[in-house]
Write a protein that binds this ligand. Sequence first.
Ligand code: NAD
Length: 424
Amino acid sequence: MLYKEPAPIKDRENPFESMMSRFNIAAEVLGLDEETYNVLKSPTRQVIVNVPVTMDDGKVRVFEGYRVIHSTILGPSKGGIRYAPDVFLDEVKALAAWMTWKCAVVDIPYGGAKGGIICDPYSMSSGEIERLTRAYTSSLVDIFGPDQDIPAPDMGTGPREMAWLMDEYSKTKGSTVHAVVTGKPLVLGGSLGRVEATGRGVMVSALAAMDKLGMDPSKSTAVVQGFGNVGAWAAKLMAERGVKILGVSDVSGAYWNDNGIDIEEAIRYKNNNNGRLQGFQGAEMMDSDDLLTANVDVLVPAAVEDVITIHNVDKIQARLIVEGANGPTSYKADNIINEKGIMVVPDILANSGGVTVSYFEWVQNRMGFKWTLQRVNDRAERYMKEAFERVYAASQKYEVPMRIAAYIVAIDKVAMTYKYRGGF
Ligand code: NAD
């Protein structure tokens, strides 16, 4: 497994408040009625589990875990599981709601959920993580299910944990249930194209936004914060479309090259260097804070939350921000971004390529069939482009920034579904 370490959070706000402040604006613009507002603002279900796990030293430790289901009105709930020492319920609640909006924006038949376990996976052995994952799964076996709630990886988890989850769930049910979880290894029914799906969606939405702004990709420059799954793929695919990537960064620092960084070379280097860019010779090192405010056309934050804040937003020079990460912009910075006339492709749109291909994985599992990479990529691109156009049209219609427009599209779809289904 690649070396990873928890990222420093610079200016963390309460993520639930952050989500609600945007939700409130969109609800007001949309004229959402009070009943539906009240239904949507709270999760339908919040489960807290305490799971005992035997550690390698023979002692039993109890871990607190969560699964929050925000909504199932559009279909079974979908959302990742985060393993981190600082996971807290409000964060999981916000992330679960974000998943509802994300699935609605990209028009896939899922509700939103999220899970988390307070643990430090980087200081635990593989055996300890396996026992923890299995214990968490068995305590939530009545919640999870291919027609109920479908987990996926998030920070601190990956295909390995999803394989254990699928195995534990299947054992309890007495038969192999591939579709209970997505983001699985290919051999266990994972989908081709899932690994690069989020970065590919970031590229597709960046190009769609550049088109609206009249920017020529081959004459544009960009920086990408975060060089993990999302950032590295977004940088590679944008560079392939002609965008010059002048700067990239990861936990080891920020790297700059006036002539454009050779992204293929940077990825090769990172893959041979425990997943980090430290020591990369194809660029000069620069101050990480300056990367975000560099003189480029496009800024892609693809690392952690709350990196664009009231402390640096004034200095941002990019005309376009494409949010690969979840929640990289603090809600307090929104107004200044809007005043500066910067277009933001918000997280719930820009990084929804990942959940879209997760949906394709679930569809393939249920069909008992495997699609080609071409089919996965073509369909994911279509979903992303259509979602972008829906959000752009709403931003024009309601004269609101793209972020609020994305919430409007999502809330409208969920509210309409409630209206048709009725029942409260
Ligand atoms: P990852 O762990 O693969 O990569 C994270 C990258 O960010 C690493 O290169 C790390 O070194 C870097 N990083 C961490 N802290 C940093 C900091 N303070 N400054 C600069 N770089 C820093 O994670 P990922 O899967 O690429 O996810 C990145 C973001 O995208 C997260 O917000 C995640 O929730 C979001 N996201 C991921 C997916 C997905 O499919 N992987 C889907 C939707 C959203």
